[in-house]
Design a protein around this ligand. Structure first.
Ligand code: BG6
Length: 509
């Protein structure tokens, strides 16, 4: 058994035999991410031979049909774009398919029978991981039915875990209700709420960078940091998901979950140890200190936006209101900027500016820590003209790495000072392909490590923070005259103006 105080650090560890059951096996996530990730884990010998996968969906299909389909998916969506015959043979032997309906009790009895058969055939030892990759309205029903069929209770030293996809609720009330519903059949230790941002190598590196180095942490506070900028930009639009996006918007889709997870890792205190509870305790402690939004604060310190027609990479793209499934007078936000404060000793008075949006000029997620200027300007303003305050930029994606910007003298007889970059790049330093987030997260769950999964309190706190923003915006639809930014630009002008009022400027990554 793993040392619970060191769960956050993955040492060489053998995964136990188990069966993974994917609900929603005919869906996009299964073919794009889940099965390619499981295949890669088998290929890297990170999963034992005693391993099985059951795909479950309503579509009629045989085991063999499912195997053929999944082989195509692995070839298409895995990084290598090829399938190793030998690895595939052993992987495919453990692939099963069950035609089933989430709401039909009888189908869960069939599932129980199949799982017992797999235990006998493949020695999977009664360990089960249920992955709910279905529409959110089915999460509670699936867990309830699993419970009724006796499938949520581990038998004789085995384990049962359930991964729940996002979105976890659509507001505070529905998230609380969902937590209550799944707790009726599952213990919190069995629940793994996935947030794929936590599986990104660079997000995990935040803990290492902050707490394995001696030089950064002493500066990581209000005494040295002027403000923090978190940019989460996407070049893509809603990609045919207009119907879903109309019910979501960027605050629900990206900020409440992914961006807050990253934010909490930047703002948290050092944990006492790397056990999953200790790390998650610190994250929720930080988020509890996040200042709550009031209507006045939303009005003054948040900005919403929606893209109109424009161009990305020189190609014209339609506006959000022209996307399929979107109302022609939609007030859904595709861009948001939030100004956040943490009312605690470390961060008192330090603004955290967050922005996220679709159809911005490029895909980039980064954290920029902007330090205070030197307390005394020894060099005159004319010499310092091209100098910005020191910045530490942590690039989550793409071009993963870390940059420190500082001022140096330009060589020559005349004193001139300008900024330079000191750069670390994953690609050049390690020369390896970074693992897919789903690989890491699936393996963590099989190993029983929930450090990189969202705990109940964190999902609810995320909603608690954004609800006043969503409520205020819902009540003042007319105030945001949409569209207010052209696709392919950095969002509405109001976001830049808000920064300027605070004496700062958004970086142009
Ligand atoms: C998903 C959102 O959770 O994350 C999508 O629903 C978004 O709208 C995606 O495009 C972004 O993920 P990544 O890993 O490409 O930044």
């Amino acid at each position: 058994m793993e040392n619970p105080l060191r769960q956050g650090i993955r040492l060489e560890q053998a995964a136990e035999p188990c069966t993974v059951v994917i609900f929603g096996a005919s869906g996009d996530l299964t073919k794009r991410k889940l099965v390619p990730a499981l295949y890669r884990l088998v290929q890297q010998r990170l999963l034992p031979a005693e391993f099985g996968i059951v795909g479950l969906a309503r579509t009629e299909m045989s085991d063999d049909d499912f195997r053929v389909k999944m082989r195509e998916s692995v070839a298409q969506f895995s990084e290598a774009k090829t399938v190793d015959d030998e690895v595939w043979q052993s992987f495919a032997q453990g692939l099963y398919y069950l035609t089933a309906d989430i709401g039909t009790a009888d189908d869960y009895r069939k599932l129980a029978g199949l799982l017992e058969r797999i235990d006998r055939e493949r020695g999977t030892g009664g360990n089960r991981l249920f992955y709910l990759s279905v529409a959110p309205r089915f999460y509670a029903a699936a867990v309830e039915q699993l419970g009724r069929a006796g499938l949520t209770k581990p038998k004789d030293g085995s384990w049962v875990r359930v991964i729940i996809e996002k979105p976890f609720g659509s507001d505070l009330e529905s998230a609380r209700l969902l937590n209550q519903q799944i707790h009726a059949s599952l213990d919190e230790s069995q629940i793994y709420r996935i947030d794929h941002y936590l599986g990104k190598e660079t997000v995990q590196n935040l803990l290492a960078f902050r707490f394995a180095n001696g030089i950064f942490e002493p500066l990581w506070n209000r005494h040295y940091i002027d403000h923090v900028q978190i940019t989460n930009a996407e070049a893509v639009g809603v990609e045919g998901r207009g119907g879903y996006y109309e019910t979501a918007g960027v605050v629900r889709d990206m900020i409440q979950n992914h961006v807050f997870q990253v934010l909490s890792l930047v703002a948290m205190e050092p944990p006492a140890h790397l056990g999953s509870e200790a790390v998650r305790d610190e994250k929720i402690k930080a988020m509890t200190a996040a200042r709550n939004f009031t209507p006045e604060r939303v009005k003054a310190e948040c900005v919403r936006g929606q893209y109109g027609p424009g161009s990305i990479d020189g190609k014209p793209v339609p506006g959000y209101r022209q996307e399929e499934g979107v109302a022609p007078d939609s007030t859904t936000e595709t861009f948001a900027m939030l100004t956040m404060y943490f009312d605690n000793w470390r961060w008192a008075g330090v603004p955290f500016y967050i922005r996220s949006g679709k159809h911005l000029p490029k895909r980039v997620t980064e954290i920029a820590i902007q330090f205070q200027t030197a307390p005394h300007q020894l060099f005159g303003a004319d010499v310092m003209e091209q100098v910005t305050p020191n910045q530490l930029i942590i690039r989550i994606q793409p071009d993963e790495g870390i940059t420190l910007r500082f001022a140096v003298k330009v060589p020559g007889q005349i004193t001139h000072i300008r900024d330079v970059n000191m750069d670390f790049r994953y690609g050049t330093s390690f020369g390896v392909q970074l693992a897919e987030a789903y690989e890491r997260l699936l393996l963590d769950c099989i190993l029983g490590d929930s450090t990189l999964y969202a705990r109940k309190d964190m999902t609810e706190r995320g909603w608690e923070i954004v609800m006043p923003i969503l409520d205020y915006w819902a009540g003042t639809k007319g105030e945001g005259s949409f569209p207010n930014y052209e696709a392919g630009t950095w969002g509405p002008q109001a976001a830049d103006e808000l920064m300027e009022r605070n004496g700062s400027r958004w970086r142009r990554p």
